[in-house]
Design a protein around this ligand. Structure first.
Ligand code: FES
Length: 103
């Protein structure tokens, strides 16, 4: 499927992402700035913090407790914040728009 990553500075990256891959995987493969994934995808570093546009928000998998508490601990978390490493691509997420949050 296709995902559009938008940096907070406005730069847009449209990338292909394989089903089952995470947003973090796609960001790393496509060298998208702002998503280094420092913990390797274990929901403990929050460097993959992103916000997801409403249209796709309720199609996302539910948050694990780890993801929830990690996000709550961040000063800049928003109602539509998620950790990119916890979101795997599936058919109904095709076309999703994600804002990459600064660390
Ligand atoms: Fe560390 Fe997602 S890569 S929380």
């Amino acid at each position: 499927g296709q995902v559009t990553f938008i940096e907070t500075c406005g730069t847009v990256h449209e990338v292909e992402i394989a089903k089952g891959s995470t947003l973090l995987d796609a960001a790393i493969q496509n060298s998208i700035p702002g998503m280094p994934g420092a913990c390797g995808g274990d929901a403990v570093c929050a460097t993959c913090h992103c916000t997801v546009e409403d249209e796709w928000l309720n199609k996302l998998p539910e948050m694990s407790e780890d993801e929830f508490f990690m996000l709550q601990s961040m000063d800049d978390h928003q109602p539509n914040s998620r950790l990119g490493c916890q979101i795997r691509m599936k058919d109904d997420l095709d076309g999703m728009i994600v804002i990459v949050q600064d660390n």
